[in-house]
Design a protein around this ligand. Structure first.
Ligand code: OXT
Ligand code: ADP
Ligand code: MG
Length: 579
């Protein structure tokens, strides 16, 4: 304990004003602009949540910590500031940990604050209430992990957590606050002085002029340039600079899933509908805040055409990302805004347009794919197929480009990604780098709270199940969220049968013809069963107009999906089936 702090419970001179750990954590968060905390109450943080609410922080209580954690993570992505999740010790902490790890994997800034049991007992493994060495467990799963033992260190602990989450490559940070810390008492004036307001939490990282020149030389030599926009570019909120760079380059751009809308999918340079062609045939590829991971076939293999046919320029804040999978001939390390501005400046006024035949090839392929898909989006089949249902939702999003789209599932995800066009940055939130199910309702809550915009969730029936109980949270806070559950009776399809012939259902199927809409009604929201695209349109438009929490059970043909959606190639299948 610091010199200024009396021992816990010691009698104080009556004239000295006191503070304690509870107040100091709240003051430290407020001082650093934390306006909302997502969490689940319980020992030892129940009173902390109450007091934070009393102090003017918005405290959103969830039904499960994983969903609160996902909410905090996506708040971090949307705001470029760490989202905060608050949990109880051991089991609550572990429930929040998946979200913390997922945030780190996706480069979302987030702080998981968990209460913990007493160090003395935990370290001797004497069986405390919810005993667990949480710091040690969190460490490998996040960007940084800290524990605060003394009230006088709370200010510095919170400051370190904030800076670690947002500086450089953003990610998840764990902050361990043992129960005893909250009731530690210290002199109020000394406590106030111990708080730290983080100055310039994510400092600009200016790229080296030589790196910019190298990158522009490579780009200028391109005959078939391509720009890939990733969610790091969307996160950076350098929207105008990125648009100006893409437009000045004249190159086709391919948005990764959560970068859709950074430039509108309607933009004449969009190559979203010509994905295979641009990846295979481009000769110079500029990566803007995107990684050459599994989602881009690691930058090699048949997706990328002939071996050695590409040169990669990569702009990223993380130097270690360079050469992670293939050689990067022009690495540009720095923050997106600074890098793209420097590129723009270096391009001057007369940057040459890419060869016309390349642009014509990309446009022709794009228009061919769009034309091929168009008639499928107009059907009014009942039960619905994915194209009919998504065609209806695509038209709704076109009319409501400010709405935020949350998307998870397999077929429900992969087909929605291609079919629902996005028009504005950071409007599409989905399963991200891990393809994780369960982000749905947590993302919906945070998206509504952080942006004040209407939210449309398009989720598979399996995906929905991972966070479905949070529709109570959506109703409790009366959020403008419309959840459309694509109900095809199961995971990928609802038609699988038990290969052993027993009475148990197959592993991928659910209760037939379930009515998820009735779950929403149980909590006072609106529930609608939609069996055709027309009914779906009417229900979603009504929900978006009213702003009332709504769940639409969209009845999808159980045989319409494919195993694992568009990533069936990653799903190993046994070739030796025993009888
Ligand atoms: O160029 P070509 O010709 O190739 O065409 C491409 C585009 O150019 C074109 N296109 C267009 N054409 C016309 N018009 C437009 N506008 C247009 N736009 C594009 O379309 C094609 C395809 O384009 P796309 O999509 O961009 O490209 P592609 O090739 O698909 O891209 C490759 C990828 C890898 C980048 C992309 O596929 C991708 O991002 N995939 C992400 C996949 C993913 O993450 N999936 C989720 C995980 S699946 C599985 O793991 C599931 N689980 C297990 C599980 C998980 N995940 N998590 C946890 C915690 N536990 C378990 C479970 C349980 S999914 C799942 C539930 C599934 O069941 P549900 O009921 O929820 O869902 P349903 O399946 O609906 O039943
Ligand atoms: P996607 O899945 O859309 O391809 P990834 O999550 O794989 O995107 O990649 C995001 C990349 O963006 C990461 O490598 C991360 O380091 C980078 N990044 C995040 N924020 C910034 C920023 N402000 N400036 C530059 N790069 C950033
Ligand atoms: Mg399904």
């Amino acid at each position: 304990m610091s010199d200024t702090a009396p021992a816990t419970g010691s009698p104080e001179a009556p004239e000295r004003e006191l503070t304690d750990g509870f107040h100091l954590v709240i003051d430290a968060l407020k001082l650093n602009g934390v306006e909302t905390i997502y969490g689940v109450p319980g020992i030892p943080i129940t009173d902390f949540g109450r007091m934070a609410q009393g102090a003017g922080i918005r405290v959103i209580s969830f039904r499960h910590e994983q969903n609160a954690g996902n909410a905090a993570a996506i708040a971090g992505f949307l705001n470029k500031k760490p989202g905060v999740c608050l949990t109880v010790s051991a089991p609550g902490f572990l429930n929040g940990l998946t979200a913390l790890a997922n945030a780190t994997t996706n480069c979302f800034p987030m702080i998981l604050i968990s209460g913990s049991s007493e160090r003395e007992i935990v370290d001797l493994q004497q069986g405390d209430y919810e005993e667990m060495d949480q710091l040690a467990i969190a460490k490998p799963l996040c960007k940084a992990a800290f524990r605060v033992l003394h009230a006088a260190d709370i200010g510095i602990g919170v400051a370190r957590a904030i800076r670690a989450a947002v500086s450089g490559r953003p990610g998840g940070v764990y902050l361990d606050l043992p129960a005893k810390l909250f009731s530690q008492v210290m002199d109020a004036e000394a406590g106030a002085k111990s708080l730290v307001k983080v100055i310039d939490a994510a400092p600009a990282q200016i790229p080296a002029p030589a790196a910019i020149k190298r990158a522009l030389d490579v780009l200028k030599s391109a005959k078939r340039p391509l720009i890939i926009l990733g969610k790091g570019a969307a996160y950076a909120q350098a929207d105008d600079e990125i648009r100006a760079f893409v437009e000045k380059s004249g190159a086709p751009f391919l948005p990764m899933s959560m970068a859709r809308g950074l430039l509108s999918d309607m933009h004449p340079q969009s190559a979203g509908a010509a994905r295979s062609t641009v990846l295979k045939d481009a000769d110079v590829v500029v990566m803007l805040g995107a990684r050459l991971n599994w989602l881009l076939s690691h930058g090699k293999g048949k997706t990328w055409g002939a071996p050695g046919s590409k040169k990669f320029i990569q702009i990223d804040i993380e130097p270690k990302e360079m050469d992670s999978n293939v050689e990067i001939v022009a690495p540009v390390v720095g923050d997106m805004g600074s890098c793209v501005s420097a590129m723009l400046e270096g391009m001057g006024a007369n940057w040459p347009a890419p060869p016309a035949d390349w642009i014509a090839t990309v446009v022709a392929k794009r228009e061919e794919n769009i034309a091929k898909m168009a008639p499928r989006l107009m059907n009014n089949n009942s039960p619905m197929d994915y194209h009919g249902a998504l065609g209806a939702l695509r038209r709704i999003v076109k009319e409501r480009p400010d709405a935020i789209l949350v998307n998870e599932g397999a077929n429900t995800l992969d087909l929605a990604r291609g079919i629902i066009d996005m028009y504005k940055p950071r409007k599409r939130l989905d399963v991200g780098t891990w393809g994780v199910m369960g982000i749905g309702m947590g993302f919906c809550v945070a998206a509504a709270i952080e942006t004040g915009k209407p939210v449309l969730a398009v989720v598979g029936d399996s995906a929905f199940g991972f966070s479905g109980m949070e529709i109570e949270t959506i109703c409790r806070y009366n959020l403008p969220v419309c959840v459309v559950v694509f109900n095809n009776n199961g995971i990928y399809r609802g038609t699988d049968v038990n290969s052993g012939g027993g009475a148990d259902p197959a592993t991928t199927v659910f209760v037939k013809d379930a009515r998820y809409d009735r779950m929403m009604e149980a909590f006072g929201g609106a529930g609608v069963n939609a069996t055709s695209p027309d009914e779906l349109s009417r229900a979603v438009n009504a929900a978006m107009d009213s702003g009332r929490p709504t769940l639409v059970n969209a009845v999808i043909d159980p045989s319409a999906g494919t195993e694992s959606g568009r990533i069936g190639n990653l799903n190993p299948q046994s070739v030796v089936r025993k009888k």
